[in-house]
Design a protein around this ligand. Structure first.
Ligand code: NAP
Length: 267
């Protein structure tokens, strides 16, 4: 069995990940961590925290002190926390599955650098459906080309911190790439105060934050007389957790490198 550490064990994804590892054929939960000052959670049984029967892993306050106890880390926390965990994994040569979103360009560079020494799976969305949708988007963009206006609309729960979502940005990169555009140059994140017609080359983003929406993304290809909408709706966080756990199992024995979910799914 491969020993898994889960960072952010008390978080929405942390708890779902503990549940997804439970009973897995190849993986066992070995370490669970929470923020060092999260006294409500530290020392508690990680399985109970996730609503499972009692287990033998208690929530620890640091990954570094438990580095000999795990083979691969799954991290869905915050960009700052993930980079701290990345340094621990780099020093100990452990693989890492990163689901955290909202990294800056320089933080992404640090992840790319670390991937020269350890295997890393980094994906803004671990659901199989979203990764399939990205393939469909590339095809749609190639066929519809410059004839259509492209807008990306995403909705998430009220607690989500980064906007637009990492998945929406990834979808933007896929569509822009298929059309030979650079997303940095064509992305429009808000139109307030703009006093001009839509520039045909732009790719617009709209963000909704409300209630308990797990995650919804629609890419709109709108022409004169017809429009194509490609939508993905996640109804349960387990879809992301299963994908991340699948990635952790896949990481076993991989060479150092930066992989994404398309590699894991061989799409
Ligand atoms: P969340 O409920 O806020 O969970 C994050 C957890 O990490 C919190 O419990 C937080 O503790 C904890 N944390 C912060 N710093 C830590 C540290 N240094 N060590 C250990 N734990 C630490 O958020 P979430 O909804 O689970 O989402 C987490 C991240 O995953 C976000 O970036 C989100 O966008 C991303 N996400 C990605 C996917 C995907 O498929 N890639 C899917 C869903 C979510 P405190 O609350 O005490 O600060």
């Amino acid at each position: 069995m491969k020993r898994v550490a889960i960072a952010g064990a008390a978080g929405r994804m942390g708890k779902t990940l503990i549940e997804a590892v439970y009973g897995h054929e190849q993986l066992e939960l070995a370490v669970a961590t929470a923020r060092a000052d999260d006294h409500e959670v530290l020392g508690r049984d990680a399985s109970l925290l996730a609503g499972l029967p009692p287990g033998n892993v208690v929530v620890a306050d640091s990954l570094e002190s438990r580095v000999d106890d795990f083979d691969v880390l799954i991290d869905f926390t915050t960009p700052e926390a993930t980079l701290g965990h990345l340094a621990v994994c780099l020093a100990a040569e452990r693989g890492i599955v990163i689901g955290t979103t909202g990294f800056s360009d320089s933080q992404k560079r640090q992840i790319r650098d670390a991937a020269k020494k350890i295997p890393i799976v980094l994906a803004p969305n671990f659901s199989v459906g979203v990764n399939l949708v990205c393939k469909l988007l590339a095809e749609a963009a190639r066929v519809l080309g410059d004839e259509v206006d492209i807008e990306i609309i995403e909705a998430h729960h009220r607690f989500k911190k980064d906007a637009p979502s990492g998945t929406a940005l990834r979808m933007g990169e896929v569509v822009a790439g298929a059309l030979g555009r650079d997303l940095q140059e064509v992305a429009v994140y808000g139109r307030e105060g703009m006093d001009e017609e839509r520039d045909r080359q732009t790719i617009g983003f709209a963000t909704i934050r409300a209630g308990d929406v797990v995650g919804e993304h629609t890419v709109l290809f709108a022409g004169m007389g017809e429009r194509v909408e490609i939508t993905h709706k996640a109804s349960n966080r387990m879809t992301f957790a299963r994908g991340a756990v699948r990635a952790a199992a896949w990481l076993e024995g991989r060479s150092p490198g930066l992989y994404d979910m398309e590699d894991v799914l061989a799409l």
